[in-house]
Design a protein around this ligand. Structure first.
Ligand code: C5P
Length: 327
């Protein structure tokens, strides 16, 4: 029996610009994904029937049934490659978590991406990275990026990816992990409500315009941040720190007000930039270098503004096979 093990990174969003709500319930967005050195490990081996076992950080909150995103990814790959779901093509998936759950770090999506890469190896189905990204996009908006890794611009739901052609530079990050969770759909829903409650131009109160009055202008399409891309091209952490932005930060703070204090503490301790990651509640901070990251992590942890802190560097590689062992 062969066991294939894949290592897969968490992500942060250096920019997350959210455009209008689409009829399918998703938002068109433009985001700059960045994979960081905080990894889950996912192992797959042949079994009588599909199963998943989860251990490590936040394991109790991860569904261990067919709702598990990794098992959904296995089913999606099987459907594309024509593998049967019995005999040698059923798999036991084992997930060792270090990426916190429901934290805005795409941990569930990472596990799904790892399961795709692992089954592609186990079944010798030989899909290219591009083909795996296409299957990944059917499983969740962030799954394709976890296959790819590095730094990439995501459009559409976040699944249409273009790798950022930027010089090799390592950035040093500190994560403040929160004592709680946020649901991604709820954070998007809060953003929609906050936008609907903004006064219309001309000081009109929120709500429908009076009969014959001007309609509220539509939410403009999201645009790629030139600040973030210029900073990445220059490998300039100072400029990158100043350019970080996330449209989900305000709704995440509205739902989890303690984040305001966490972000302020990181800025006070000299972070070059501070931002809520994805839909939160993790906050991340950009340090000047490796030793500043250590100082920042110590200061944040001493300030009592989060559950725990973690250091990570980026960009990190996407889902990668790290072992294939016959027993
Ligand atoms: O694709 P995924 O399952 O990760 O998305 C989770 C939820 O986040 C969606 O159901 C939707 O409510 C919200 N979402 C969104 N627009 C996106 C991505 C996610 O509204 N581009």
């Amino acid at each position: 029996m062969t066991t294939v093990t894949v290592r897969v990174p968490a992500k942060i969003n250096l920019q997350l610009a959210v455009g209008p709500l689409r009829p399918d319930g998703y938002h068109d967005l433009v985001t700059v994904f960045h994979a960081i050195s905080l990894f889950d490990e996912v192992a797959v081996s042949p079994a009588e029937a599909d199963s998943v076992a989860v251990s490590g950080e936040g394991a109790a909150q991860v569904p261990a049934d067919a709702d598990n995103l990794a098992l959904r990814a296995v089913a999606a790959l099987r459907a594309v490659t024509g593998q049967p779901d019995t005999g040698h093509a059923a798999v036991a998936v084992t997930i060792s978590k270090r990426i916190p759950v429901a934290a805005g770090l795409a941990g569930g999506s990472a596990d799904a991406a790892a399961a795709l890469v692992a089954c592609n190896e186990l079944w010798r189905t030989g899909l290219s990275q591009q083909e795996l990204c296409e299957v990944a996009a059917t499983v969740g908006s962030d799954v394709a990026f976890a296959v790819l890794g590095g730094t990439a611009v995501g459009r559409g739901r976040g699944d249409r990816l273009t790798p950022a052609l930027v010089p090799a530079a390592q950035y040093h990050w500190v994560l403040a992990l929160a004592d709680g969770h946020l649901s991604t759909p709820e954070v998007y829903g809060t953003l929609d409500r906050m936008r609907a409650a903004l006064p219309a131009p001309g000081g009109r109160p929120p709500g429908d315009p009076p009969h014959g009055g001007p309609a509220r202008p539509p939410i403009p399409p999201a645009e790629l941040s030139t600040g973030v891309m210029t900073a990445l091209r220059a490998g300039d952490p100072g400029r990158l720190g100043q350019s970080l932005s996330n449209d989900l930060q305000a709704p995440a703070i509205a739902m989890f007000p303690a984040l305001r204090k966490t972000l302020a503490a990181g800025r006070e301790f000299g972070a070059l930039g501070a931002l809520v990651s994805g839909s939160g509640p993790t906050c991340f901070f950009l340090a000047r270098g490796a030793s500043h990251a250590t100082d920042l992590a110590v200061s944040l942890s001493g300030a009592g503004v989060c559950r725990s802190v973690a250091r990570a560097s980026g960009p990190a590689a996407g889902a990668t096979v790290i072992g294939s062992r016959a027993s």
